[in-house]
Design a protein around this ligand. Structure first.
Ligand code: NAP
Ligand code: COA
Length: 268
């Protein structure tokens, strides 16, 4: 298996990497030997995240920048590039979300989420492109089930994540000849995250979010991080343009649950 899941000496840049799922991914790469840069808005959060990565034995850098500000993103990428060199793995996962009925969502509310998730992902990928290791770099966008499942009160996130899914496919085509792979992960409901605190804020909402998951549990930070390690590894070297659900089967097509209508033939 060679260096399966070893990233010793590789530079991993995680946009939105200071908490939750993206920090879990940053930590997994740190444990796998990478030099890791995390970028997000809060200077305190990025510093704390970088300190945590160093405590895992990694070389790490925390940089404050808003993905909506291309100049700030470019400056952050340049700083990381000066410190750790070409980027081997680029994770784009900055996002904002809240529950809001479309009829009550202000233009700025819609724009804000699209700006962070979709436009922010374009800025991160486009501005990182000259600094990517070519050939060999792997990009992983963090999408969501909303990218394919129409979800009420989520018109902003659905539009943004669907755009990210399509951007993943288009850039996989454009950047393939440079030896750059572009994939996405669409996590299902992941326990102990800000996303779930916002979208399932009560025990009842949490129960409903889990009951339709075929594997009958919420996901963990490690579930997502392990998928990211695989997608970034040489073993996934022929995989590009994929949006990979990591969701216990939750994205499988729905339809009516026939179990309560079923009578075994011998009892009929
Ligand atoms: P989270 O902890 O709030 O992570 C969001 C990260 O993005 C934070 O590090 C945040 O740090 C950063 N961020 C937000 N706005 C930013 C901006 N404008 N510029 C730069 N960085 C920004 O939430 P999470 O639940 O772990 O979600 C992480 C990713 O997973 C998101 O892409 C989300 O859509 C996706 N996801 C989550 C779930 C789930 O179950 N939680 C399910 C499916 C998909 P700052 O506040 O410092 O900026
Ligand atoms: N319902 C409806 N509209 C909302 C809202 C809510 N719960 N929260 C914010 N908005 C609207 C605001 O009213 C504002 O629109 P307005 O100017 O017309 O009033 C617009 O969204 C921007 O809000 P603001 O607070 O200025 O944005 P921000 O850039 O400071 O923060 C958010 C961005 C709103 C997405 C904020 O929740 C955030 O920073 N989230 C990051 C963490 C996160 O969401 N994690 C989960 C990821 S899945």
């Amino acid at each position: 298996m060679g260096d399966f899941l070893s990233f010793t000496g590789r530079h991993v840049f995680v946009a939105g990497g200071s908490s939750g799922i993206n920090l879990g991914i940053a930590q997994a790469f740190a444990r796998a030997g990478a030099q890791v840069t995390v970028m997000s808005r809060s200077p305190d959060k990025v510093q704390q995240a970088a300190d945590g990565l160093k405590a895992l034995g990694a070389e790490a850098l925390g940089i404050s920048a808003d993905v909506r500000d291309p100049a700030a993103v470019e400056a952050a990428l340049r700083q990381a590039h000066a410190q750790f060199g070409d980027i081997d793995v680029l994770i784009s996962g900055a996002a904002g979300n809240f529950i809001a009925p479309a009829a009550e969502l202000s233009p700025n509310g819609f724009r804000t989420v699209v700006d962070i998730d979709l436009n922010g992902t374009f800025h991160v990928l486009r501005l990182a492109y000259p600094m990517l290791k070519k050939p060999g770099a792997s990009i992983i966008n963090i999408s969501a089930p909303q990218g394919v499942n129409p979800t009420m009160y989520q018109v902003h996130a659905c539009a943004a994540k669907a755009g990210i899914d399509m951007m993943t496919r288009v850039l996989a085509m454009e950047w393939g000849e440079a030896g750059v792979r572009v994939n996405a992960i669409a996590p299902g409901p992941i326990a102990d995250t800000e996303g779930m605190r916002r979208l399932a804020p009560s025990p009842e909402a949490l129960r409903r979010a889990t009951e339709t998951v075929p594997l009958q549990r919420m996901g963990t930070l490690d579930d997502v991080a392990n998928a990211a390690l695989f997608l970034a590894s040489a073993q996934a070297g022929y995989i590009t343009g994929v949006v990979l659900p990591v969701d216990g089967g939750a994205a499988l097509p729905g339809g009516r649950d026939m179990r309560s209508s079923y009578t075994p033939r011998e009892a009929a």
